[in-house]
Write a protein that binds this ligand. Structure first.
Ligand SMILES: [Zn+2]
Length: 151
């Protein structure tokens, strides 16, 4: 594991547990001040993992989740391994992005990682606006673009 993917968190958190459809344990820790805003996106985490498994393959770790802090001074979210950390409540797009990093962490070039994550967000947006067939073709074209030498 790359050192920047390691995290330890201390504080007062609301901890919830669950499982993905494949039985992978989900653990989320949310600062109570961010819970109301964070819970809508976090409730979609199992569906996001299932969606990203369709694109990227089986989830690569034994557990998944998120840490949502109330730390706006930090100014960013980070894809720490199995528990991405957020400086405030993430929206759907940001949560999906940091979860996509779980597949594209330390073994794939940075540009490919970021491209894959941006692509995952785009598929979700387009998936809600296009037919299934269009989504399938944009998925195929998008993957070849991003992983075939795109930006
Ligand atoms: Zn990222």
């Amino acid at each position: 594991m790359a050192t920047y993917l390691v995290t330890a968190t201390f504080g007062h958190f609301q901890v919830k547990t669950g499982r993905t459809k494949d039985g992978i344990p989900i653990i989320t820790a949310v600062d109570p001040r961010e819970a109301k805003d964070a819970n809508p996106a976090l409730a979609k985490l199992p569906k996001m993992i299932a969606f990203e498994e369709k694109i990227f393959g089986p989830y690569p770790f034994d557990t998944v989740g998120a840490i949502v802090d109330d730390a706006p001074q930090v100014g960013y979210a980070l894809e720490t391994q199995t528990k991405p950390v957020f400086d405030g409540a993430p929206d759907d797009s940001l949560l999906l992005h940091e979860l996509a990093h779980q597949w594209y962490g330390d073994s794939v070039a940075l540009t490919a990682r970021l491209g894959g994550n941006l692509y995952a967000e785009r598929v979700v947006v387009e998936g809600s606006q296009q037919t299934k067939a269009m989504g399938f073709w944009s998925l195929r074209l998008g993957l070849s673009f991003y992983f075939g030498g795109g930006r």
